[in-house]
Design a protein around this ligand. Structure first.
Ligand code: PMP
Length: 369
């Protein structure tokens, strides 16, 4: 534990200002934490035993499903609210308004309850009913709206912004372009990974929704390692970022769609923009590989993961194979399968997506719904 703390201190110094808070978190997290917000972060880094054995690498997954709201987005939720408070935009009794496909909303709902703020959520109506129900149960006012592109004024993000503008003492936290989101990962996710691996990490990879996790973690790991740690974007079909990166910023390929929820992007957000040039490359992952990995992680590791996590694990495996034996590759296990079980483990749903054939015979016993 001492060596983790020593690395955390060194890492905090490398991250510069604002990181002393992280050192305090490392020491207090061993004992009692003061309320829900301090229980966010400091998640375990799990060695995926079978995949590590298969690749001859250390393939490690950061267990973000252990956050109080059940996903990596708790970190961004806390940072955007704290940022609004610090800027004086949010005062006691105020309202937070956000556009979110679910996990940020759930994180915000926990944070807002714990801090006494009201929460209003706009989301595309393509998201699972389970997420909508949970948000309402956590006290949020939820508006599912038609899933239209960002350049349409009826897009859920613009509706959230207009709603906040119509209220006093309200803030649109704007997770896509509010860089307090990536700061969460510069200040917490990156330093935690560096400390947990004692600096012995060779590569990092994950998918992007807002880009906060990829950008912030990459920024921190590149800084602390003097550029030694490589970083790769993992991208699902239908997202434009893979083609954008592969072509050096010229090609925008919008073809395809994906079963993954919460990831894939049609533009370079303000969270990703400052760090996109730091990336060493990108990997495009098909739904066929993702769904197989959902089942493999369950069978081989006992990990019950959502599709974005499984896609990240496929990316980590591919990066490990590319770098060769002996490397340590870290990825993000964004959330669990709980909110998606009625889809991921349903034969009808798998068939409707033409994915039933992607589940190997010996794993089909998990298709129980
Ligand atoms: N996985 C899931 C399940 C998510 O909900 C999100 C966020 N929408 C992400 C991954 C991506 O995280 P980020 O917004 O930091 O890019």
């Amino acid at each position: 534990r001492q060596s983790v703390r020593r690395f955390a201190t060194r890492a905090a110094r490398a991250a510069g200002e604002g990181s002393t808070a992280y050192c305090n978190r490392v020491s207090t997290a061993q004992g009692v934490v003061n309320g829900l917000t301090e229980a966010i972060g400091n998640t375990p880094l799990i060695r995926l035993k079978k995949l590590s054995e298969q690749t001859g690498c250390n393939v490690l997954g950061k267990a973000e499903f252990q956050n109080p709201g059940g996903s990596v987005k708790d970190r961004a939720a806390l940072f955007v609210v704290k940022n609004a408070e610090e800027k004086g935009l949010l005062k006691p009794g105020g309202t937070v308004v956000e556009g979110t496909a679910g996990n940020t909303g759930i994180g915000l709902a926990h944070v807002c309850r714990s801090k006494g703020y009201k929460l209003v959520i706009y989301m595309p109506n393509t998201q699972s009913q389970g997420k909508i129900d949970l948000l309402r149960l956590l006290g949020a006012e939820v508006y599912p709206v038609p899933a239209v592109a960002f350049d349409n004024p009826q897009n859920y993000n613009h509706q959230a912004r207009r709603h906040a503008e119509s209220l006093d003492n309200a803030v649109w936290t704007n997770q896509f372009d509010n860089v307090a989101n990536r700061q969460a990962h510069i200040d917490t996710t990156g330093p935690e990974i560096w400390a947990q691996t004692e600096g012995k990490i060779d590569a990092f990879t994950c998918a992007t929704g807002t880009g906060g996790t990829l950008a912030g973690t990459t920024r921190y790991l590149k800084t602390v390692s003097d550029g030694r740690v490589k970083s790769f974007l993992a991208d699902p079909p239908g997202s434009v970022l893979h083609s954008f990166i592969q072509s050096g910023g010229t090609l925008i390929d919008r073809s395809g769609s994906s079963i993954t929820e919460g990831i894939g992007q049609g533009r370079v957000t303000d969270n990703l923009q400052p760090d996109i040039d730091l990336l060493d490359g990108s990997v495009s992952i098909s739904d066929e590989k993702t769904i197989e990995m959902v089942y493999r992680c369950l069978d081989e590791e006992g990990l019950y993961l959502g599709a974005s996590s499984a896609m990240n694990v496929v990316a980590a495996k591919e990066v490990a194979e590319k770098l060769g034996k002996g490397n340590t590759v870290v990825t993000i296990l964004c959330d669990g399968a709980y909110r998606y079980a009625d889809r991921l483990f349903s034969s009808t749903w798998l068939e409707s997506k033409n994915l039933l054939g992607s589940i190997p015979k010996h794993l089909q016993k998990y298709i129980v719904l």
